[in-house]
Design a protein around this ligand. Structure first.
Ligand code: GRF
Length: 196
């Protein structure tokens, strides 16, 4: 078997997608290993899970850096320390400086709880309800410097049901996120999905 890809996960909060990736990577046949979890918030519940799972963690707040670029330089140094091949964003709530995002093009993935290009940005589940669509879902996509954009790697769909709220729809989508993200990472790590 070829060497596993070394993956860092960037989070800001709950970390359920991070957990799904860590659990998938426990399978000896999974083509990637999670070598570090970085959070920009010290109170991210996901950090504790990573720590208990024995995965190296790092935390830094942008408030301690003079500029977006300086903060991203720090994130880059953390990733360099872990010798990372691929980065998975999982609920990471910071916008990148263009140089950082450009540097990782083709090696950075994100998950968004809508069928992109529909409902970019904040509260996509509420946007789906407000738009009256009959289905929504999640998208794993390549990260390019533009927010919530970049070619799709994988999508999974769910129905939007009568009486759904943003919360019930989010819960239905989240189940699919936890399937989609490990599947997409495996495709990328095996070289089956490439940014063209
Ligand atoms: C997920 O819905 C993800 O699609 C979005 O932010 C949420 C993060 O949830 N980008 P979690 O921290 O992975 O539980």
């Amino acid at each position: 078997m070829t060497a596993k890809k070394r993956v860092a996960i960037l989070i800001s909060g709950r970390g359920s997608n991070m957990t799904a990736l860590v659990e998938a990577a426990r399978d000896p046949g999974f083509p990637a290993e999670i070598v570090g979890v970085f959070s920009n918030r010290a109170d991210s519940p996901g950090l504790q899970y990573a720590w208990l799972a024995g995965i190296p963690t790092a935390v830094a707040s942008h408030k301690d850096f003079p500029s977006r670029e300086a903060f991203d330089d720090h994130v880059q140094s953390v990733l360099d320390g872990w010798n990372v091949d691929l980065v998975c964003l999982a609920g990471y709530m910071r916008i990148f400086s263009t140089p950082f995002a450009s540097r990782w093009v083709g090696r950075m993935l994100n998950i968004h709880p809508s069928l992109l290009p529909l409902f970019k940005g904040l509260k996509p589940q509420q946007q789906a309800i407000d738009a009256g669509v009959s289905e929504s879902g999640c998208t794993v996509h390549w990260v390019i410097p533009e927010l919530d954009d970049g070619p799709t790697i994988l999508q999974r769909r769910v129905p939007v049901l009568p009486g759904d709220t943003a919360e019930t729809l989010a819960a239905r989508i989240l189940v699919e996120e936890h399937i989609a993200y490990p599947a997409a990472l495996a495709m990328v790590a095996r070289g089956e999905a490439k940014l063209s």
